[in-house]
Design a protein around this ligand. Structure first.
Ligand code: FEO
Length: 392
C-alpha cells in the first residue's frame, strides 16, 4: 500500500494484511487486518507513530526509503503487531529514540530486547514538539494492556489510539467510508479485544471526551474522519443495557442437544425473544463474541463426553467467561446417556460472569414429552427474567 496523506505533514503508512486469517493464533480475521503507522513531520523533527508486525516489516522499510531521519518512534502499545518493527526501524535510524509510557519501557526491553538507552518515557499529558506539530501523550491503561497510551497531535486534532477504537479490517481506503462494514469489524474487534476491559474502556472514553478530535487514527483498520461514528458505537457497546437476546452456543453429537436447542429456539422466538444459536463445531468464535456484546442471556448446550461437557463447549464457556460480557442470565441444556458432571463442570467455569443462573435442563437421551415441558418452562423463565429486568 502506498503512503496516504492524512493532513499536511501527517501520512498514514504501514501494511495492509489482506490475506491474514488468524491473529494471536486465536482470533479469526475474516476481513484480514492492517498495521497502521503514521509519519509526522514537523519543521524540526520527525516522529513515527507505531510500526508494523515484523512479518510485514519490508513494507514499512520500503515506505521509509526517502525519509532521511526519524527522531522519535512513538510506541503507543508494546504488543508485537505494532512494536515488532521497532528494532528494524532503529537499525535504519540508530539515533532515533523510542517514546513510550514507563510501563511500556519494561515490555519493550523484555519482548524486543530494545536497549534502555534508546527509550524515553513520557508521563501522562507530557508533550514533545516537532516544530509546528505537538505530540501530547495520553496514558490510557488497560486498553488492552497495562501500558497503553494515545498520542494526540494538537495542531491537527488527530488522536492516534493504536488498538483502541480500531478494527481488524484490511482495506485500501484511508477513511471508514462504508460505516456499516466498519461497524461490524469494529464490533468484532471490541468484543474480542476490549470487552474484558469494559471498565477501562469507559474510563478512557471519559478521559478523551473533551478533546477536539477531527480524526481518530487507530493502528488497525481505516481512519475515522467522523469520530462520532465510533464513539457512538463504543458508547452503546459499553453502556447500553443488554438486549432481549438469547445466545445458545452448543454442540450436538447424536441429535439430542440439537433437538433441545431447536425446541428452545422456537419457544423463545414465539415469545418475541431474538435467539442466536451457534453450533460450535462450525462457529467463527468472533461471531459468538460479537453476539455476547448485546445478549441478556446465554444458554449453553452440551452433550456428555467422558462424564463431562463436550470439549468445544468447555472452550467456548472458557472464552465467554474471559470476555466478561454484560450478560445477566445463564442456563445450561444438555443430554447424557448414563450420567456425568457437565452441569457442575460448566457452572464452575463462569466465575467472571455476573449472571443469575437459571435452573438447567439436563435430560437422559433424546428429549421426551416431559423434557419438552421443561424446555417450555425454561423459555418462560427466561422471558420473565427479561421482563423483570426491563430488558428490551
Ligand atoms: Fe494490535 Fe494489542 O495489538
Amino acid at each position: 500500500m502506498k503512503p496516504m496523506k492524512l493532513k499536511d505533514g501527517v501520512t498514514k503508512i504501514g501494511a495492509v494484511h489482506f490475506e491474514r486469517r488468524l491473529f494471536d493464533s486465536l482470533i479469526p480475521l475474516p476481513d484480514g487486518t492492517s498495521y497502521n503507522a503514521y509519519l509526522i513531520e514537523g519543521s524540526e523533527k520527525i516522529a513515527l507513530i507505531d510500526t508494523v508486525d515484523p512479518m510485514k516489516i519490508e513494507v514499512l522499510i520500503d515506505q521509509l526509503k526517502d525519509v532521511q531521519k526519524i527522531d522519535y518512534i512513538v510506541s503507543n502499545h508494546s504488543e508485537q503487531d505494532h512494536s515488532g518493527g521497532i528494532p528494524f526501524v532503529l537499525e535504519k535510524y540508530p539515533d532515533a529514540k523510542v517514546v513510550c509510557t514507563p510501563k511500556a519501557k519494561a515490555f519493550l526491553m523484555d519482548l524486543l530486547h530494545i536497549s534502555e538507552d534508546k527509550i524515553i518515557t513520557v508521563e501522562d499529558n507530557e508533550t514533545i514538539s516537532l516544530g509546528g506539530k505537538t505530540l501530547r501523550f495520553i496514558h490510557a491503561p488497560w486498553v488492552h494492556w497495562p501500558e497503553t497510551m494515545f498520542t494526540y497531535l494538537e495542531e491537527d486534532n488527530i488522536l492516534f489510539t493504536c488498538d483502541f477504537l480500531g478494527s481488524h479490517l484490511a482495506t485500501s481506503k484511508l477513511f471508514a467510508e462504508d460505516e456499516c462494514h466498519v461497524y461490524n469489524s469494529a464490533k468484532r474487534y471490541y468484543a474480542e479485544i476490549m470487552m474484558p476491559f469494559r471498565n477501562f474502556v469507559a474510563k478512557n472514553l471519559e478521559k478523551i471526551k473533551d478533546l477536539k478530535i477531527d480524526y481518530i487514527a487507530p493502528s488497525h483498520g481505516p481512519v475515522y474522519n467522523r469520530p462520532q461514528f465510533i464513539f457512538d458505537a463504543y458508547n452503546s457497546w459499553v453502556y447500553d443495557e443488554p438486549k432481549n437476546i438469547v445466545v445458545i452456543p452448543y454442540v450436538t453429537m447424536h441429535g439430542s442437544v440439537k433437538a433441545m436447542v431447536d425446541y428452545l429456539t422456537a419457544a423463545l422466538s414465539q415469545k418475541g425473544v431474538v435467539v442466536k444459536p451457534f453450533d460450535l463445531t462450525v462457529t467463527d468464535l468472533g461471531e459468538l463474541a460479537m453476539s455476547l456484546v448485546d445478549a441478556a442471556t446465554i444458554v449453553v448446550g452440551t452433550p456428555t463426553v467422558l462424564a463431562g461437557a463436550h470439549p468445544q463447549v468447555i472452550y467456548a464457556t472458557y472464552l465467554a467467561n474471559a470476555l466478561k460480557p454484560k450478560t445477566k442470565f445463564l442456563s445450561i441444556v444438555g443430554s447424557y446417556s448414563w450420567g456425568g458432571k457437565a452441569i457442575d463442570q460448566l457452572s464452575s467455569m463462569i466465575t467472571n460472569l455476573k449472571v443469575e443462573v437459571i435452573p438447567p435442563v439436563f435430560i437422559k437421551g433424546l428429549p421426551k414429552e416431559e423434557d419438552y415441558k421443561l424446555l417450555d418452562e425454561l423459555a418462560d423463565n427466561i422471558v420473565k427474567k427479561h421482563e423483570k429486568a426491563n430488558i428490551k
